[in-house]
Write a protein that binds this ligand. Structure first.
Ligand code: NI
Length: 144
């Protein structure tokens, strides 16, 4: 079975690759290349795979999942300018693809031992109503 839970966080970023010229960055990322950055109200969906416990009927206690997401993700991302305040993005462009991968890696690395028998199935992020990225965890970890 799968259980999903949604979270929200606000953060800002600038899409700019140092491996491309300024002109190519502007052409590729458009207004998202604005030097002063811009913000989003991200929606993060965490999907856990497992079977309900025989006694509690739950796959994972929601309060424990919330605590994991709060400490492993939200504490670092909430109200941050990602490019400057999250070390991952010193060398990696904070696209929604890369943010989704980073969050997947963070959650997997911090997965509590009392979640035994469960696994992180999917991390999905809505950057806007029309931009949605999903990670199933097969991507290599990002350089931090
Ligand atoms: Ni953006």
């Amino acid at each position: 079975m799968l259980v999903a839970r949604r979270y929200r966080f606000s953060a800002s970023h600038r899409l700019h690759s140092p491996q491309l010229t300024d002109e190519k960055n502007r052409a590729l990322y458009g207004k998202c290349n604005n030097p002063f950055g811009h913000g989003h109200d991200y929606v993060l969906e965490v999907v856990v795979q497992g079977e309900p416990d025989n006694i509690t009927g739950l796959i994972v206690p929601v309060s424990k999942l919330d605590a994991l997401v709060r400490t492993a993700v939200l504490a670092d991302y909430e109200n941050k300018f990602m490019n400057a305040e999250i070390p991952t993005y010193a060398t990696v462009v904070p696209t929604t693809e890369n943010v989704t991968s980073d969050i997947h890696c963070r959650l997997r690395a911090a997965w509590p031992s009392d979640f035994a028998g469960t696994s992180l199935a999917t991390v999905r992020i809505w950057e806007t109503k029309r931009n949605i990225v999903e990670s199933n965890g097969t991507r290599k970890e990002l350089a931090v």
